[in-house]
Design a protein around this ligand. Structure first.
Ligand code: UTP
Length: 288
């Protein structure tokens, strides 16, 4: 089995649910407490030993490249001002990963974004992570997927149970539970009505694929909204080879929309080692 080291972050979407905040700022650069969403995603990937990072960007996404780049002037200023903790953090972020940036010139869907990385995959397995879905927990979500990949050698999708009234917002899977406790996926339905949903298990923005997925993606025709859908390629893959699901341990925040984003900031803010106590007190004063 080939080692899993590559990970694709599609960040070229329009972020329309978050306008006007995302008019000039990439959605992935919106901040949860003290760092942008994309940094959470990259740190999760690195913790799971996925260190060959391919970021799919588009127009107006330069801030992402700058965030992971060295700012010599800023580092010199912080050092000179004796702000050693901030200096350490800023230089850590600039050096945490080598990133390849690939442009998606038109936002033609998640599948189209992933396909932009085709040239860099070289017949190796690869992960895909959607950074606006923030998943926090004791074990990084990507590590949980890695373990199932290493156990099976097959593709793995991150799943979470969603409440009944949320089922129609997600890609929902059907599955058989195998004797070894793994979930082998047998079907996927994009945004089903509750009565048509085969389960309440949703696909939540974390994937590991065998290289075959990329080949299949090349032949997927544009579907709904003229977009190339990643789920269409996954459905084709599942017809050819096993695709597993892993029920993720952790808490998930849909930070790509304002309500989920606010909840993420509130929960991570209250638990933050530096700001948590003060934040809770201020919040309590507002609620009283
Ligand atoms: P989303 O649908 O959540 O992102 O896509 P979006 O399109 O930016 O958001 P809305 O719906 O307009 O508010 C999931 C992920 O796929 C990326 C997005 O950046 C996001 O991280 N994406 C989506 C692309 O990179 N390219 C695309 O063409 C579409």
């Amino acid at each position: 089995m080939k080692t899993l080291r590559k990970i694709i972050f599609p960040t070229a979407g329009m972020g329309t649910r978050f306008l006007p905040a995302t008019k000039a700022t990439p959605k992935e650069m919106l901040t949860i407490v003290d760092r942008p969403l994309i940094q959470y995603g990259v740190e999760e990937a690195l913790a799971a030993k996925m260190d060959q990072i391919i970021m799919i960007t588009g127009r107006g996404k330069r801030a992402i490249e700058d965030h992971f780049d060295i700012s010599a002037e800023l580092e010199a200023n912080l050092k000179q001002a004796g702000k050693s903790e901030l200096y350490k953090e800023v230089s850590r972020v600039a050096r945490m990963a080598e990133v390849i940036y690939v442009r998606q010139k038109e936002a033609l869907g998640l599948g189209h974004a992933v396909l932009r990385a085709d040239h860099w995959i070289n017949d190796e397995p690869f992960a895909v992570s959607l950074a606006d879905e923030l998943i926090v927990g004791a074990k990084p979500a990507m590590q949980q997927l890695r373990e199932v990949y290493e156990q099976t050698g097959h593709s793995v999708l991150g799943l979470m149970q969603v409440p009944e009234d949320q089922v129609s917002k997600y890609g929902i899977v059907d599955y058989v539970a195998e004797d070894n406790g793994l979930l082998r996926l047998t079907d996927m339905v994009e945004k089903p009505s509750l009565k048509d949903a085969p389960s309440h298990l949703a696909i939540v923005g974390r994937y590991v694929f065998t290289p075959r997925l990329m080949e299949l993606l090349r032949d997927v025709k544009p579907g709904k909204g003229n977009e190339i859908q990643l789920t269409d390629a996954i459905a084709l893959l599942a017809k050819e080879e096993p695709v597993y699901g892993v029920l993720l341990d952790g808490e998930r925040f849909d930070a790509g929309n304002p309500a989920g984003f606010l909840v993420a900031n509130a929960v991570l803010g209250m638990n933050h080692h530096l700001y948590g106590e003060e934040f809770k007190q201020i919040l309590k004063a507002h609620l009283d």
